[in-house]
Design a protein around this ligand. Sequence first.
Ligand code: DX5
Ligand code: ZN
Length: 218
Amino acid sequence: MNKLAPSILAADFFKLGEQITEVENAGAEYLHIDVMDGSFVPSISFGLPLITSIRKKTGLTFDVHLMVTEPERFVDQFVDAGADIITVHAEACTHLNRTLMHIRERGIKAGVALNPATSPDVLRYVYDYLDMILVMSVNPGFGGQKFIPETITKLNDVKKLVESSGRDIDIEVDGGITLENVDMILKAGANVIVSGSSVFKDDISSNVKAFRSILGKK
Ligand code: DX5
Ligand code: ZN
C-alpha cells in the first residue's frame, strides 16, 4: 500500500499539535520528521525534545529523516524518543552497514537516503539490512524546493534494483512533491510519498485527502 508522509518541517510550529492531529484524521499514515544538524546540511531544524513531546499525542508512524553527520551517534536517542523508522544518509555514514544493523537491533525499521547526485550502487551490499530507500528529489536542507526531474530516471533504476534483490523494500521520495507530479512519481516506482509545503498550506485536511485519493488508486 502507498503511504503519505507529511513533513512537519512545513508546519506552523505554533499550531504543531493541532496540525499533526489534522493530518492524522485526514488519513496520513506516516509523519516525516526532518532532523538537520547545520553540518551535513546548511540548516538546523529541530531534534529530540520535539519528537518526545509529539510522540505522546499521535499514533502516526514516526519516519525520522536524519540529515546529520555520523548519525550512528544518535540512533539510540531517536529510538528512545519514539522513532518507528530511522533513515540515515549514505553520504553521512562511515560505517553504513553497522549503522543499519544498529537501527534494526533496536527493533525499528532502517532506511538509507540518497542525495540527488548519489548512485544507488552504494546500496549493493546492504539490501539485507534495510527496509526503505529514500530517494531525495531535492538537495536536502530546505523545504519548498523544486522537484529535480532526473529523480524519475533514478526511481526507475532503484525500482529495478529492489525487484532484482528480491527483498521487500519500500521506496520513499522526498522533496518538491505536489498534487500535480505525485502520480508520475508513483508510476516511477515510489510507494512512500513525503510532502511538506503541499500539505501544510491552506486547507491541510483537504490536501491530505487529495494526496490520499491519488495514492489510493495505485
Ligand atoms: C528537505 C526535507 C524534506 C522537505 C520536503 O531537506 O528532507 O522532507 O521538508 O518539503 P517539500 O515537500 O516542501 O519539498
Ligand atoms: Zn525529509
